[in-house]
Write a protein that binds this ligand. Structure first.
Ligand SMILES: C[S@@+](CC[C@H](N)C(=O)[O-])C[C@H]1O[C@@H](n2cnc3c(N)ncnc32)[C@H](O)[C@@H]1O
Length: 230
């Protein structure tokens, strides 16, 4: 059980620890693994500086993004709070010649010195942050001048989050039920990032249409949301 002092975050951690094995199995599906690597490699390479740079992957989960970026030559740190996810991320990292560091860390309060990263990335994380505005403000502090925040997400729960993390009133998450990805872009703008852009990931959509998505999910257009620190 998570010991996080925020009860909502503790429930989020326990949820993802419980889901970690099935989530990771889906990430590793052999029939689309190579296609995913190519498509996601293009997504991240299009927005990151040339390798090697220092990259922080917040909410790394089972390490899909962290491992891919390490394979692309970056120096990567992945953080998460769900022990079950971290175990799997470490297993995947151990298979690589130049693995990412996988650490316990809160995306809302990452435990690193200011100006220590060139990029902060995350996939499917903004929607589930308990305090996205504070998180992005901290990421800006972690970036060197000219560094980028690059988040992939979608509007997953426009019909309501339901009882995913329990049905207590404090289960509200600021971005989970957003009806437009512009809500995520606005959080980046409010944190002082400039040149904020939203790019639809058509290639990922085509892959999802061709190969299907996780059980219980619908095929949905995902977006890359980016911003730059002055
Ligand atoms: C949908 S999964 C995405 C995992 C991974 N980024 C990927 O692309 O497969 C969301 C992840 O965010 C993590 N997470 C949620 N809130 C977090 C926080 N405050 N700090 C760190 N990780 C968090 C969860 O534990 C979970 O692993």
């Amino acid at each position: 059980m998570s010991q996080h002092p925020d009860p909502l975050q503790a429930r989020i951690d326990d949820y993802w620890t419980g889901r970690a094995p099935s989530y990771d199995a889906y990430q590793q599906r052999p029939e689309r693994r190579d296609l995913d690597r190519q498509a996601w490699g293009r997504v991240w390479s299009g927005v990151l500086p040339s390798a090697p740079v220092e990259v922080l992957d917040v909410g790394t989960g089972s390490g899909h993004v962290a491992c891919l970026l390490a394979e692309l030559g970056h120096r990567v740190t992945g953080i998460d709070l769900a022990g079950g996810m971290l175990d799997l991320a470490r297993e995947h990292a151990a298979e690589l010649a130049d693995p990412p560091r996988i650490l316990v860390g809160d995306a809302v309060a990452p435990p690193f010195p200011p100006a220590s990263y060139d990029a902060v990335v995350g996939r499917y994380v903004m929607w589930t942050l308990r305090d996205p505005a504070t998180a992005v403000a901290r990421w800006v502090e972690l970036l060197r001048p000219g560094g980028v925040v690059a988040m992939v997400d979608s509007t997953w729960f426009t019909d309501g989050l339901g009882a995913l993390y329990g049905d207590r009133p404090d289960a509200a998450l600021p971005l989970a039920e957003a009806r437009s990805i512009e809500a995520t872009a606005d959080v980046l703008r409010a944190a002082g990032l400039v040149d904020v852009a939203v790019v639809p990931l058509e290639e990922v959509l085509e892959l999802d249409r061709a190969h299907g998505v996780a059980p219980g999910h619908d095929v949905q257009l995902q977006y890359l949301v980016t911003g730059t620190r002055r």
